[in-house]
Design a protein around this ligand. Structure first.
Ligand code: UDP
Ligand code: MN
Length: 311
């Protein structure tokens, strides 16, 4: 029998083709079987695989740096653009530090002048059963330096220190961003409720902390300075309400030993959960109640109205 070259080629080709088809068939059968059985099993191997998947920035893992829980309390009214930047930024910043936190926007919805201190008192009262410490946090101040630590403070920790804040540089300044634990805030009866309009409520709080022999601590070994540690998003159109009416000036210059956490009057209008970018927030709509016998300056314009009414 004569075996031609052509026949050898045909034989090899057919042989190869059949082998290939068989391999493909086998692979398909094995894969199909695996897929079908995987659907029904709770394979631990799958969990291992998930751990290797890159986590999105907003992913909050359970590996917090401590067991303490932080409530970020943001006194707020009509600063929407600032809030849009603040919320996702601070959420990522705190997640990077593995801080177990929730953010509360304390939205003042009554028509009195803004009262930053009373809003923080309300925020504290509403959250204290679930949180170990608070950050009194301006909405327009973003921490830029990663070494600014938001961990649990054993003593009040003034993050926006005078040597780091872009605008306020006096020694007793404790505004902007202050961390304080639940016990200490309760101990000093929170903040005074007498400060309607802009300013001085933080200076009065400084005296409360000092009188209680608390040690105000501040960030150390920060290599950035006044211009690059924080970003202060404060546009020129954001006028500060510095008006003083009635006897506001005299009263608010003095230490307040009467008002605070125990007598802040308010109504919660609603709680709303919202998400800005990656940041989940709770908006607390707060109607503050002003006792005009104690602080008539909660509305300067009503001065005339009251007089007119009386005439
Ligand atoms: N704030 C607000 N709406 C106002 C006034 C003040 O939301 O109408 C809040 C906001 O969180 C702001 C903080 O109070 O960051 C401090 O006020 P502001 O920025 O006017 O004071 P500054 O520290 O710049 O002097
Ligand atoms: Mn500001």
């Amino acid at each position: 029998m004569v075996v031609t070259k052509q026949k050898v080629f045909r034989f090899t080709f057919t042989h190869l083709f059949v082998t290939l088809m068989s391999v493909m068939f086998l692979v398909t059968v094995v894969l199909t079987f695996k897929l079908l059985t995987d659907d029904h099993c709770n394979c631990p191997r799958q969990e291992t695989v998930i751990q290797y998947v890159a986590k999105p920035k907003h992913y909050v893992n359970k590996g917090y740096e401590s067991n303490h829980k932080l409530a970020v309390l943001v006194p707020y009214r009509n600063r929407f653009e600032e809030l849009m930047e603040f919320a996702p930024y601070i959420h990522d910043f705190l997640n990077d530090q593995k801080i177990n936190h929730d953010i509360f926007i304390l939205n003042q919805v009554d028509s009195y002048r803004f009262n930053r201190a009373s809003l923080i008192n309300v925020g504290y009262l509403e959250t204290r059963s679930n949180y170990d410490y608070i950050a009194m946090h301006d909405v327009d101040l973003l921490p830029l330096n990663k070494n600014l630590s938001y961990t649990y403070p054993s003593q009040p920790f003034h993050l926006a220190a005078p040597n780091l804040h872009p605008r306020y540089h006096y020694n007793k300044f404790i505004g902007g961003i202050l961390l304080i634990n639940r016990e200490h805030f309760g101990l000093v009866n929170g903040l005074s409720n007498k400060y309607w309009g802009w300013g001085l409520e933080d200076d009065e709080f400084y005296v409360r902390l000092k009188d209680a022999n608390l040690n105000i601590t501040r960030p150390e070994n920060i290599s950035t300075g006044m211009n690059d540690t924080f970003r202060h998003i404060h546009g020129k159109d954001r006028k500060r309400d510095t008006v003083k009416c009635f006897n506001q000036r005299e009263v608010t210059r003095r230490r307040d030993r009467q008002t605070g956490l125990h007598d802040v009057k308010y109504k919660i209008i609603s709680y709303k959960s919202i998400t800005i970018g990656s940041a989940p927030l709770t908006v607390v709509n707060i109607h503050l109640i002003c006792d005009r016998n104690v602080t008539p300056w909660c509305s300067c314009s009503e001065d005339k109205t009251e007089k007119k009414k009386a005439e």
